[in-house]
Design a protein around this ligand. Structure first.
Ligand SMILES: [Fe+2]
Ligand SMILES: [Fe+2]
Length: 251
């Protein structure tokens, strides 16, 4: 399902009423994700095993900080105070449920969580709120590099069966949380509102499925599986049938 008929909103002053409220919710969610991710990569400089990895972590931390700053500016234009929004965000480690002192956790994070964010940003790049859509072009270019490295990390870990087993076990914990934190509920009135107003062009169900199909294309060749469905149930992740089918295809 996609909708491209909603009117474009060109300036902050033109974002009003329910549209503005929903815009603020989506942008705050992205602000949370970008700032928490900046902190994860910043901390990971210390735990990365090689200089090449440390340098990449530093580069990614800077880029995530730049993404965060773009959101701060967009929110300030809408009359919000970004500092007070960020002050209400849970700590980065608990927000993503990741152990910041563990390189394996960082590698799984890079492959899993960071990419889920990109799939949301692909929607925002096409958003009816033009000031936001325009800024997301460069963000997505950075994110392509982050994901390339995430896939690279997966390939390295999966070259030894024992390492792949460890990667799998962290992934089993992280993917259900990611679906919940990065995408929210796959149905309901908010979803319909976003489609009607063009704040998003695809339903959350479609975005989640697109993400999982992309993930599967990198998992399948190296032997990584989706987490057992019980793991999603344990985290109270609501899965629609189409999503369940994708997960079932590589358990
Ligand atoms: Fe980012
Ligand atoms: Fe990223």
């Amino acid at each position: 399902m996609s909708n491209t008929n909603a009117p474009t909103v060109y300036t902050a002053a033109d974002a009003t009423g329910d549209y503005r409220d929903m815009l603020l919710r989506l942008m705050t969610r992205q602000l949370y994700a970008e700032t928490a991710t900046a902190e994860v990569f910043g901390r990971s400089i210390g735990v990365a095993p090689t200089w090449r990895e440390k340098h990449l972590a530093a580069e990614f931390a800077l880029e995530e900080a730049q993404h965060s700053q773009m959101l701060c500016n967009l929110l300030a234009d809408l009359g919000e105070d970004p500092e007070s929004l960020i002050a209400n965000r849970p700590a980065a480690a608990s927000f993503w449920n990741v152990d910041l002192d563990n390189w394996l956790h960082i590698a799984v994070f890079n492959f899993t969580v960071d990419r889920a964010g990109s799939q949301q940003i692909m929607e925002y790049r096409e958003s009816s709120y033009l000031p936001w859509a325009e800024k997301m072009v460069v963000v997505l270019e950075d994110e392509e590099e982050h994901y390339k490295n995430g896939v690279e990390n997966l390939r390295e870990f999966s070259s030894a069966p024992e390492q792949l087993g460890k990667f799998q076990s962290v992934y089993n914990d992280m993917l259900p949380i990611t679906l919940k934190r990065a995408f929210g509920r796959p149905d309901g009135p908010d979803n319909e509102f976003c489609l009607r107003t063009g704040l998003k062009r695809h339903s959350t169900e479609d975005v989640i499925n697109r993400y999982l199909i992309e993930m599967r294309s990198y998992m399948d060749p190296v032997g990584l599986k989706f987490p057992p469905l019980e793991r999603f149930a344990a985290e109270n992740v609501h899965l629609v049938d189409s999503t369940r089918q994708i997960l079932n295809s590589l358990l």
